[in-house]
Ligand binder design. Structure first.
Ligand SMILES: [Zn+2]
Length: 340
């Protein structure tokens, strides 16, 4: 077939600062590298549509095809939505809320569009890059928040009735601060899992610990930097085995695993993929051990050790493979599955 007759499918992953995009062909093979353009989500959805069109143009140019050969688009946004209708604004400008963004962009682009949220998009990306995986897959990614998504065995995302499923960051966990209080969560509630395992949680923890006498001589106390920067520096400290850094990440990992035990008891996914920035660090293996400690503390043994030989494990844990391209890849693959 001449290349001008071939069909292609685009994945567009809208983040707070960049839009990442990629193109796949009819065989779900990647045909371009990831192309990035600026995200203008805070300027309104019309400005974002222009950026999406720019990304589509760049993808077509990279692949040596015309934009008209793109026959379907997968689109994800960092906000809860139901088949394209945005529920709440998060980092978006307020004109997004209540609009059917999927339909509006589909009308403008003249091709069908599939839309979901960023956690689901990354979950789909991790599913599709594991070409030989046919079971279900639960994706969890501690970052600024705690994203999640559940892919069912046929490669379909579990959306729930309203597109609101797998808000895994906001299940409650039975842990309290040393003063007996529950930590504040970005959702406005207290004591959520996210309030213990996210980057925001890390900042709170560092601040609390550095005020203690025990750490008054810790090098981070001598650094004149905002807490956001110290939180990133803590990863470097953990990589060089610093006692404070290890203590903090150990607590985060343990509580993360403890919370995951309940999610695994509900969904029994078989495979749990952990994404987010920690997946890129050299201390991810000890971190995973702390996650497993928390998980095995809370879960019944049947959730981690199969009584039926030779299936030794009932739940496997893996690090993400897609990096920060997972969302764009997931959306491109999903578009090919739905519209190819
Ligand atoms: Zn919460």
């Amino acid at each position: 077939m001449a290349s001008s007759e071939r069909s292609y499918f685009a994945g567009l992953d809208i983040g707070g600062t960049t839009i990442k995009s990629v193109l796949v062909d009819e065989k779900a093979e990647k045909v371009t590298d990831i192309v990035e353009v600026r995200s203008l989500v805070d300027k309104g959805y019309q400005s974002t549509f222009e950026q999406l069109e720019e990304a589509l143009g760049l993808l077509a140019k990279d692949a040596g095809i015309t934009v008209q050969q793109i026959k379907g688009i997968g689109l994800d946004v960092p906000a809860a939505n139901s088949d394209g209708v945005i529920w709440g604004k998060a980092n978006l400008a307020s004109d997004w809320v209540g609009k059917n963004i999927r339909q509006l962009f589909s009308d403008r682009a003249g091709v069908p569009v599939y839309m979901t949220n960023d956690g689901n998009a990354a979950a789909l990306g991790e599913y599709f890059v594991r070409r030989k995986h046919f079971g279900s897959l639960m994706y969890v990614a501690p970052g600024t928040g705690l994203a999640g998504g559940l892919v069912m065995p046929a490669g379909e995302i579990y959306n729930g009735s309203n597109g609101l499923a797998l808000e895994v960051g906001h299940i409650s966990v039975p842990f309290r601060e040393e003063d007996g209080e529950l930590p504040y969560c970005s959702c406005g509630w207290h004591g959520c899992l996210e309030a213990w395992v996210s980057l925001v949680a890390l900042r709170r923890r560092i601040k609390l610990e550095l005020e203690k006498d025990k750490w008054k001589d810790h090098p981070l106390n001598a650094v004149d930097a905002p807490i956001e920067e110290k939180a990133f520096m803590l990863r470097d400290f953990a990589e060089s085995n610093d006692e404070l850094a290890i203590q903090i990440f150990k607590q985060q990992g343990y509580i993360f695993g403890y919370g995951l035990a309940d999610l695994i008891r509900v969904f029994d996914p078989g495979l749990v993929v952990i994404g987010g920035g920690l997946a890129e660090t050299s201390f991810r293996e000890p971190y995973l051990q702390w996650v497993l400690e928390g998980f095995e503390e809370r879960a019944w043994p049947i959730y981690y050790r199969s009584p039926i030989e030779p299936d030794t494990f009932t739940t496997r844990f893996e690090w993400a493979l897609g990096g920060d391209s997972a969302g764009a890849l997931g959306m491109a693959f999903a578009a090919k599955e739905k519209f190819g």
